[in-house]
Write a protein that binds this ligand. Structure first.
Ligand code: KIV
Ligand code: ZN
Length: 514
């Protein structure tokens, strides 16, 4: 019989640590809801001790999806971190506390400057404390792949005796290779079974040498029961093990691995695209499973072979990862029923009658502008509809605008609305976007600095939608903004205002708290 492999997704913790991948609480909830549709077993929602914002986000994720997905969050081996995890995840039905502490000589000596015994005791005390709060406790032996094996094992044995129910073995720096890591997991597994065969053995790999997927698969072959991964392989430095790669490898090569997961693979592509949309971090076109070209056959020989029989060159059918269902095309003539069907099929709530009517009118306006409406466009529509409903009192709104570009004086004229008032101004710049942002800065009177700007086309068809993702610095903090529109200048203005409004809301929120 196949072994079931438990899948923990850490996109919202390890993935979100990446510069540029920061999501706000609404985005995290939205992503967590998609992870629930994907049927991951566990969501690691964040590192609540790191900031009030992170604490709230973990709590909200636990509240919104914790009824059917197990939720955890990360703590260092200190009481205050463990308390923060407990308080933020306890609302979930099946929460657990995840503690991390170094095990390699370099971590013990350089990071902590303490003796190995003292560090091990710190881990034991942390587990005992966490155990007094929740029955399930995961212990991560950080940098395990570079640790001295006997010390690593002694630590594992000690924390299991203290009550740890999951032992996670991380290749923190992506240093190991498949045979070596498989061997490590086999040795730990053999000993662990003799100490407590109920304890779950887990792995967490990083991709610094491009081996994270291979190392994770090797660990599974050697007894790992749980894996930690991220969507699109997002994560520190070169990233984490890509969830979609391991899951599909187990599925396609089931004859070799004899393992399965609970993942609903038809949701993989949608989850990947949602993450790209939320973070603005694109997937390389030739990335396995989720890259744009993963199912594109371009050479004549391949196309000819495929026409004769798909199996000639295709080991995964695009439908299996949800590619086919991404290609719903609607037009202005599609009607309410087809639109509603598309919205619900994508997992969105179409809302009550009044809200749906507003949504449908927006859809018709988009369909008129774009002619063909794809899944991505619907996703955009639903997200901006939701954002408007949540933020029904945005600080700045775009009124009218005109941008003229030439090689002498690119000029932008903008009308902004705030609290029922209209603010108008013009500015010249080095280019049209520079002129646009200069006038927006002048009108809002804020000292913001643009440090990242990216524009992509996000859907196919002649009237493609442009997506702008950017980051601004304001009073020592970084804020992200994003917007989509068939007009890229408008998308640029909206994304900038989105970031400015986020900064102002954050400041207002902090003033209230303080
Ligand atoms: O890479 C790592 O070691 C981690 C641990 C917290 C599991 O992310
Ligand atoms: Zn990690």
């Amino acid at each position: 019989m196949d072994r079931n492999i438990i899948v923990l997704d850490t996109t919202l913790r390890d993935g979100e640590q990446v510069p540029g991948a920061k999501m706000n609480v609404y985005q995290k909830i939205e992503f967590a809801q998609q992870l629930k549709r994907l049927q991951v077993d566990i969501i690691e929602a964040g590192f609540p001790a790191s900031s009030t914002g992170d604490f709230q986000a973990v709590h909200e994720v636990a509240r919104c999806v914790g009824d059917s997905v197990s939720v955890t969050a990360l703590a260092r081996a200190v009481k205050s971190d463990i308390d923060a995890v407990y308080e933020s995840v306890k609302i979930a039905q099946d929460p657990f506390i995840h503690i991390v502490l170094g095990t390699s000589n370099i971590h013990v000596e350089k990071k902590f400057n303490r003796s190995k015994d003292a560090i091990m005791q710190m881990g034991v005390d942390a587990v005992k404390y966490a155990k007094s709060l929740l029955p399930q406790v995961q212990y991560s032996t950080e940098d395990a792949s570079r640790a001295d094996f006997e010390y690593l094992w002694n630590t594992i044995e000690a924390v299991v005796k203290a009550g740890a129910t999951i032992i996670n073995v991380p290749d923190t720096v992506g240093y190991t290779e498949p045979e070596e890591f498989g061997d490590l997991i086999r040795r730990i597994n053999e000993r662990l079974k003799n100490v407590n065969d109920k304890v779950i053995l887990s792995v967490h790999c990083h991709n610094d040498l491009g081996l994270a997927t291979a190392n994770t698969l090797s660990a599974i072959k050697n007894g790992a029961q749980k894996i930690e991964c991220t969507i699109n392989g997002l994560g520190e430095r070169a990233g984490n093990t890509s969830l979609e790669e391991v899951v599909m490898a187990l599925k396609v090569r089931q004859n070799r691995y004899r393992c399965s997961t609970n993942i609903k693979t038809t949701e993989l592509l949608r989850t990947s695209r949602l993450l790209t949309y939320l973070t603005g971090l694109d997937v390389q076109v030739n990335k396995a499973i989720t890259g744009d070209n993963a199912f594109a056959h371009s050479s004549g020989i391949h196309q000819d072979g495929l026409l004769k029989d798909k199996n000639v060159y295709e080991i995964i059918s695009p439908e299996e990862v949800g590619a086919e269902s991404m290609e719903l095309i609607l037009t202005a003539r599609s009607g309410r029923h087809a639109f509603k069907n598309a919205v619900e099929k994508m997992g969105f709530d179409s809302g009550d009658e009044a809200s749906f009517e507003t949504l449908f009118r927006k859809f018709l306006a988009l369909a008129d502008a774009k002619k063909e409406v794809y899944d991505h466009d619907i996703s955009y529509l639903m997200n901006s509809h939701r954002e408007q409903a949540e933020n029904n009192n945005p600080m700045y709104e775009l009124g009218s605008f005109q941008v003229i570009t030439n090689n002498l004086y690119p000029t932008a004229t903008v009308e902004l609305k705030k609290d029922g008032e209209s603010l108008t101004g013009s500015a010249v710049g080095d280019g049209p976007i520079d002129a646009l942002y200069t006038v927006l800065k002048t009108l809002t009177g804020l000292e913001v600095k643009l440090h990242h700007y990216k524009i992509n086309s996000i859907s196919r068809g002649k009237e493609a939608v442009g997506r702008v993702n950017l980051q601004i610095d304001y009073q020592g903090k970084t804020y992200s903004g994003r917007a989509m529109d068939t007009d890229i200048i408008k998308a640029s203005a909206l994304a900038f205002l989105n970031a400015i409004n986020a900064a102002l809301l954050d400041k207002a929120h902090n003033r209230k708290e303080g």
